[in-house]
Design a binder for this molecule. Sequence first.
Ligand code: UDP
Length: 332
Amino acid sequence: MAILVCGGAGYIGSHYVRALRERGETPVVLDNLLSGHAASVPADVCLHTGDMRDPALLESVFSRHAVDAVVHFAASSLVGESMERPLEYFHNNVHGMQVLLEAMVRHRVDKIVFSSTASVYGEPERIPIVEDSPLRPASPYGESKLFMERMTAWAGKAHGIRSVILRYFNVAGAWPGGEIGEDHQPESHLIPLVLQVPLGRRRCVTIFGDDWPTPDGTCIRDYLHVMDLVDAHVRAVEYLHGGGSSLVCNLGNGTGFSVRQIVDAASRVTGMPVAVEVGPRRAGDPACLVASAERARQALGWQARAGIEDILASAWAWHQAHPHGFGGRVRR
Ligand code: UDP
């Protein structure tokens, strides 16, 4: 039986695919390669290149493989971009989910794990954030993920699909050997941008606002190692295999770091100074997002292990070995 990994050539999906392969399982990847990289998918893993919104493509993938469960990473995922191009986000994320769920219903696949986000909470009332907090997305990205969650739940009621919805906080870091890591074009995430300064690829990093209601005035986020995130997905699929009922879980470390604290930690880990400049706030950003991951611990036996310096050190190893990311690399 195969696990269909939608978005398996993307940053997080490719780490999950590699972990599945190491466990002797059979991942099948579907990715449109708009932001993913074919070179991040091992050559012995079946890669279907195309768009999830294409029902004919999904029909052929589900017909060709005995899909037992779907793990769905494929989505547009930038808060700032979603504020400028909201309709694209609804089309890609929400319509993509609809086409996927329709194919699952047709082929009687009844298990899905999918990537949701802390952005479904908007500006939280309380920290740490628990799953039952009010859901008030402040961006089309967060709104699109909330729609995806709700569609999955309704499809579950009508068609018996069981789901684990994982609300990620901020993800960073790389595969321990440094073979794969984060490579977005253009890059917009804080940790890779900060590391571009010691790499000599950027003069400084811009802090998006230092007038937030936080101790040092910069935004606070909860950073999670991509390998801890992968572990949560492995457990989520096992949970569904074991007959677990549908579940929504936060995934985070439970500790917040401000943008300035990330810059300082990066400077410690790399042993080099990281120059900053302060710019305006970015639209759609909440001041502070920190998870309570208690439910994931109880339901999945999961807990984040890596701290912020481990995350930065693994990202630094990847970027040093691959300063141009996957550029020019082929599958092997
Ligand atoms: N950020 C920043 N400068 C940058 C990129 C990000 O100050 O060049 C801040 C951003 O406002 C947020 C945090 O860093 O508070 C993490 O942003 P990122 O884009 O990495 O992830 P997001 O929180 O949007 O998922």
